[in-house]
Design a protein around this ligand. Structure first.
Ligand SMILES: Nc1nc2c(ncn2[C@@H]2O[C@H](COP(=O)(O)OP(=O)(O)OP(=O)(O)O)[C@@H](O)[C@H]2O)c(=O)[nH]1
Length: 363
């Protein structure tokens, strides 16, 4: 299945150099439309080979060849020309098929109803006139097939016509499910990407403020409901302004990244870490009383103090952090109270000389 979806992805991205965009956009829809139309014609060709209708087989083969020429335009970067060529080519194909080969009863000409959708999806705004021509031409083509083309096929027998309808129906179903599957998987991917953007701090790669506060709400609600302990810690880098001023802003960014990664890898797996803002981080500790929180944070502080963060110029930047901790107690009503208490404890840690862990206490 993975191999199959990778192949579909490769086809969708044919002729497109920028593969960073996960969403389905108009260049890929042109590729997809070509693939579906050409394979549809090829499938019909197989049917006619099977019933030995050689004139139609030749016609289908020539059509596939012309279609491939249009597809090549997209691969070569002439996206707009290729996009416009496809529906006009298909209108011609459907008209000739209905008039000279398989008749209007095949209902193949109903495919013209797809052109307006196609043109409004892939044609650029500047091609609005082409959209109108296409819709007009598609409608005229449809009515010509419906009212003027011979109803039954000149070449195909009524028995073969029934088989042809069943065959076309099955292929259409398979294509429709393919398209649905593709659209849904693209939507899921796009949603995941948006979720990632909304929850991750770009600089450090850990959760951002929004995400870590959402985690804090979850953990706080779970602990209050189950009568369990939980603790919050606010970690603030000491004299970070001085680090920026002395070693430069890039070195400051490097320090933020390294400290964040150190905390993320060293902390307990159940803890939630996020960047609270600037040079401040929050750690939410579920099922953790104040003593255990203090031990964990003391270990964290010592770890960060031992870090050897080296700038591009080979200078080792000394880094320490101050940490404030608070835990939920029986009369805590809101998670913001715990956070504000941790902030007060942090203030105390800074006041007492930094590079230390302080726990909130009402006394
Ligand atoms: N490099 C870098 N600096 C940042 C970023 N966000 C905030 N800062 C800087 O962090 C510094 C924080 O300075 P202060 O709030 O004075 O705190 P401090 O210098 O760490 O002092 P104390 O907290 O009292 O130890 C400011 O100079 C901000 O410009 C960032 O994303 N990258």
């Amino acid at each position: 299945m993975k191999y199959f979806s990778k192949k579909i992805d490769d086809i969708l991205y044919s002729g497109i150099t920028d593969r960073s965009d996960d969403s389905l956009y108009y260049l890929q829809i042109i590729n997809l439309s070509y693939i579906l139309s050409l394979s549809g014609i090829a499938f019909l060709c197989v049917f006619f080979v099977f019933v030995s209708q050689w004139p139609i087989v030749w016609f289908q083969m020539i059509s596939v060849f012309i279609g491939i020429m249009g597809f090549r335009l997209n691969l070569k970067g002439f996206h707009s020309k290729s996009a416009v060529f496809l529906p006009f080519f298909l209108i011609g194909y459907l008209l000739i098929s209905s008039f000279f080969f398989i008749g209007a009863n095949s209902d193949l000409h109903w495919a013209t109803s797809l052109y307006p959708i196609y043109s409004f999806t892939v044609f650029q705004r500047k091609h609005y006139l082409k959209r109108i021509y296409l819709v007009l031409l598609g409608s005229i083509g449809f009515f010509l097939c419906e009212f003027i083309a011979p109803e039954t096929s000149i070449l195909v027998t009524p028995q073969q016509q029934v088989w042809l309808s069943a065959y076309t129906f099955c292929i259409s179903m398979i294509f429709a499910s393919l398209i649905m599957n593709l659209l849904i998987s693209r939507l899921i991917k796009a949603n995941q990407h948006l979720k990632h953007l909304a929850e991750v701090d770009e600089l450090t790669g850990i959760s951002n403020r929004r995400k870590v506060l959402a985690d804090a709400v979850d953990v706080f609600a779970g602990s209050s409901f189950n009568g369990k302990k939980c603790s919050f810690a606010i970690i603030d880098l000491d004299h970070f302004k001085k680090i920026n001023d002395t070693y430069g802003h890039d070195a400051g960014d490097l320090v933020l990244r390294e400290v964040a990664q150190q905390m993320a890898t060293k902390m307990d797996a159940s803890f939630k870490l996020g960047r609270y803002g600037g040079e401040e981080f929050v750690i939410v500790m579920p099922d953790t009383d104040v003593l255990s929180a203090e031990q964990s944070m003391e270990a964290m502080r010592a770890n960060i103090e031992d870090l050897q963060i080296e700038t591009k110029q080979g200078i080792v930047v000394p880094v320490t952090v101050s940490i404030g901790i608070s835990s939920i107690n029986f009369n805590t009503m809101r998670y913001e109270e715990v956070l504000s208490e941790a902030d007060q404890a942090l203030y105390l840690a800074k006041d007492e000389g930094r590079n230390r862990v302080k726990t909130y206490s009402i006394y």
